[in-house]
Design a protein around this ligand. Structure first.
Ligand code: CUA
Length: 337
């Protein structure tokens, strides 16, 4: 068992290391918080029980194969039945006990995962869209709410309450290193909580098939110190920075005249659309299109010109822009930090 566990721990670190290379930790057996820790403990318990049962069954099978060899006709005498009644009853009793213990452990872990802290936890509303995540920080002070997309910053060591819902079909919010899955259901709020004890970037993935681009619906959680979180939060509260140079200024005009504001919000401007993700601070995000692309100028250009090629079925239409127009628009979007 210890060897099996060691093997799994080695596999864990290899997978975790390769996941980091792809832009964030994403492995269910490498918990970074208490909620994920409970899920992992339950997993190891079930793995141990299943491994022991498997070994016992295989041993019994080998024993029977060795000692029952040569008997063509099953022995069904009353004497044999009486002899076997006791061991079979004991085995059935042990099976029932193991199943009941597993059920109790499972229900207890589920209760612990569902219990919400009563103190003033950070509350974040997450709305699933085909195919991106809308993230709203529900600060009780009016004017202190932050809206963003696909990247969630949280302070480490503090409980975070997630209120989930969906704008279209059922999605499922899952950050394997931090907590179990929670469905996001249209017209129905669900709640869960999570906590990251170790700083880092944790990748999550929509875990409920939600249409053509379900696979390209990733989310990143940035767990950072309270101080870093506060400074990020304050930067998000600011409206969009004014274009710093003439190229970005031209880009802003193109953005406002090409229909982009119908779907996207840029805080502090006339762009107040809510169909697509807010772009007020798009220049500082790690990825584009819900984790589909790294946020580079080239990827952004490809996305704007032909998003259907990158993520077929996405609601963003293609844009026929002349080279200089596209470059100006890219400069504007990059300046939104
Ligand atoms: Cu959203 Cu799958």
């Amino acid at each position: 068992m210890m060897n099996a566990e060691r093997g799994f721990r080695i596999a864990t670190s290899i997978v975790a290391a390769s996941a980091v290379a792809c832009g964030g930790n994403e492995f269910v057996l490498d918990p970074a918080g208490p909620q994920a820790g409970r899920v992992t403990d339950l997993w190891w318990y079930m793995f141990a029980v299943a491994a022991i049962v498997w070994v016992l069954v295989v041993a019994a099978l080998l024993y029977a194969a060795r000692h029952g060899h040569g008997r063509d006709v099953p022995d069904q005498s009353d004497e044999t039945n009486d002899r076997l009644r006791r061991p079979v009853s004991i085995a059935a009793g042990i099976t029932v006990l193991v199943l009941v213990a597993t059920l109790i452990y499972d229900v207890t872990a589920g209760e612990a995962l569902a219990s919400l802290p009563r103190d003033k936890a950070l509350r974040i509303k997450i709305t699933g869209h085909q195919w991106w995540w809308e993230i709203q920080y529900m600060d009780p002070v009016s004017g202190n709410q932050v809206s963003t997309a696909n990247e969630i910053h949280i302070p480490t060591g503090e409980p975070v309450q997630i209120i989930g819902s969906s704008a279209d079909v059922i999605h499922s919010f899952w950050i394997p290193n931090l907590a179990g899955k929670k469905d996001l259901i249209p017209g129905h709020a669900t709640a869960m909580w999570l906590q990251a004890d170790k700083p880092g970037i944790y990748r999550g993935q929509c875990a409920e098939f939600c249409g053509h681009q379900h696979a390209k619906m990733a989310v990143l959680v940035m767990a950072e110190s309270r101080q870093q979180f506060n400074s990020w939060y304050n930067s998000q509260l600011q409206p969009a920075a004014p274009p710093p140079d003439s190229m970005s200024k031209t880009g802003e005009k193109i953005f406002m005249s090409k229909g982009c504001p119908l779907c996207h919000t840029v805080g502090g401007t006339m762009a107040q659309g809510h169909i697509g993700p807010p772009l007020t601070h798009i220049g500082s995000s790690y990825t584009l299109a819900a984790g589909t692309l790294k946020n580079t100028r080239g990827n952004l250009a490809g996305w704007i010109v032909d998003p259907q090629r990158i993520k077929p079925g996405v609601r963003m239409p293609p844009n026929d822009l002349a080279g200089p127009e596209l470059q100006a628009l890219l400069s504007y979007l990059e300046s939104l930090r």
